[in-house]
Ligand binder design. Sequence first.
Ligand SMILES: C[S@@+](CC[C@H](N)C(=O)[O-])C[C@H]1O[C@@H](n2cnc3c(N)ncnc32)[C@H](O)[C@@H]1O
Length: 246
Amino acid sequence: MEFNRIYNENCLDTLKRMENDSVDLVITSPPYNMNLRIRNGKYCSRQIVKELSTKYDGFDDNLPINEYYKLHSDILRELLRVSELVFYNVQIVTGSKRSIFKMIGEFNEFLKDIVVWDKGHAQPAMAERVLNRQTELILIFDKSNAISRQFSQGKFKRGTFGDIWNISRPTKKSKNHGAVFPEELVKTILENFSEENQVVYDPFSGTGTTAVVSKMMNRKFIGSELMENYFDYSIERLKELDNQLF
Ligand SMILES: C[S@@+](CC[C@H](N)C(=O)[O-])C[C@H]1O[C@@H](n2cnc3c(N)ncnc32)[C@H](O)[C@@H]1O
């Protein structure tokens, strides 16, 4: 597998070509299934919600709940085949929550810990009597030693690093993508759980934040992104970084 490259394809296709234990760390944020909604106590079909806001430009983000679950389950199984540690960012919204809770059950023996990412400001709820959402979760999976809470690769000293990370997401949406990682979030993970020259994979690369920060911090990266427009933008970001570095 070529390093320092983002592939414009479905991550399951990239994963098929990756060997067992060929990356050191996965950092990723799968689509939130933001546009699957509830009407009269039932999930709405694609057609009904088609006209509603979409977080991604050109990506429906609107899978039926069982398909959305299967996507996670298939990909997470593959991620744990290729990597020891997986940082999997999820947001509990209507279209994702059943799938997330089920995934925590199915993969419980690999789930090592959960970090709460506090974004510093809450998104207003879409309906009456719904909690405003200020946090996302980072599920941390460990292939061989999830029974312990100790990270064999951890770089932090006892008592110095907590499970609530206060990292604000810009209040203004990126003009290129509705749900980008703050660079600070990727930096926090790389600093505390990886070393220089290790290989980092992001199967849902989006605008390429994991790749950009990995490059800044002298890690090798691999990414996969389905949508051509996000893929193109991530290549632009990497080129810009090259220009700054040289
Ligand atoms: C939440 S966004 C990731 C944003 C990214 N962390 C960033 O900083 O820009 C999820 C991305 O996954 C992409 N995607 C959805 N399904 C995919 C698949 N099967 N394979 C690869 N990419 C996929 C979407 O196009 C979207 O850009």
